[in-house]
Design a protein around this ligand. Structure first.
Ligand code: 6PG
Length: 238
């Protein structure tokens, strides 16, 4: 199999730093296309290079951050200052360094005891902010080694949620309790970009091609699907 068999458009960059620069430039262009730029960011270990690139002088001074409205694709059920928080990751690497108005940063409050109510509140926020269905301009996603994306894990009930935009979910590794956007929310976006690096995602990438993993179900109904891979991830496809 080869990266070219992935659905949508595929861009292969030499390494994670080159991938971050290419994705940052792509995001900067998407932001220039609209007055109100709604982006859902992702957690995990891969995107920090991208967030650091966006916070670098090249983009910090060229992007109109006042346009940005920031949402999360998923969040762990931890406090926002927890080292495992996706909110803290994006604040530490990007939002603490650029002037996005605080009222335009919409954290998932996944620390609430009733996660389904928190999910329903977030779904309502998305509708109020981005319409029904919520039309996010950009959704950034990672890919787990098991083929999960956001916090949509194989075999979980969250994958079957088709009547709302956010739901409680359960991960296969700690923190187990999560809040995640649903497939209908991801597939309503204008642009979805997966960021995949390293040699541990070959089976997951093959699962996307074969349609056997959750990430294979991300295909925007009226939007662009784009893969940013580094050369190691592309080679791991076999
Ligand atoms: C999270 C992410 C998750 C992540 C994948 C890939 O909360 O951890 O949303 O979906 O994107 O697990 O993680 P890596 O980028 O660390 O491989």
């Amino acid at each position: 199999m080869s990266a070219g068999e992935l659905p949508g458009e595929v861009r292969v960059l030499t390494d994670p730093i080159a991938l971050a620069a290419a994705a940052a430039e792509w995001i900067a262009r998407r932001c220039r296309d609209v007055e109100r730029f709604c982006i859902a960011v992702t957690g995990g270990n891969t995107p920090h290079f991208l967030y650091e690139a966006l916070a670098s002088s090249t983009f910090r001074t060229s992007i109109d951050w006042q346009r940005w409205h920031v949402y999360w694709g998923d969040e762990r059920a931890v406090l926002p200052d927890d080292a495992q928080s996706n909110y803290r990751l994006v604040v530490d690497t990007l939002l603490s360094k650029v002037p996005v108005p605080t009222e335009q940063v919409h954290r998932m409050d996944a620390e609430r005891p009733d996660l389904q109510t928190a999910a329903a509140d977030y779904a309502r926020l998305l509708e109020e902010e981005c319409g029904r269905p919520p039309r996010l301009d950009v959704v950034l996603l990672g890919l787990g080694a098991d083929g999960h994306t956001a916090s949509l894990f194989p075999g979980t009930a969250a994958l079957r949620v088709d009547d709302t935009w956010a739901t409680a979910s359960r991960a296969s590794y700690p923190p187990f309790e999560r809040l995640t956007l649903t497939l209908p929310a991801l597939n309503a976006a204008a642009h979805v970009a997966f960021l995949v690096t390293g040699d541990s995602k070959g089976a997951a990438l093959r699962g996307v091609i074969e349609g056997t993993v959750p990430a294979a179900r991300v295909h925007p109904a009226d939007g662009q699907l784009l893969w940013f891979l580094d050369s190691t991830a592309a080679r791991s496809l076999g």
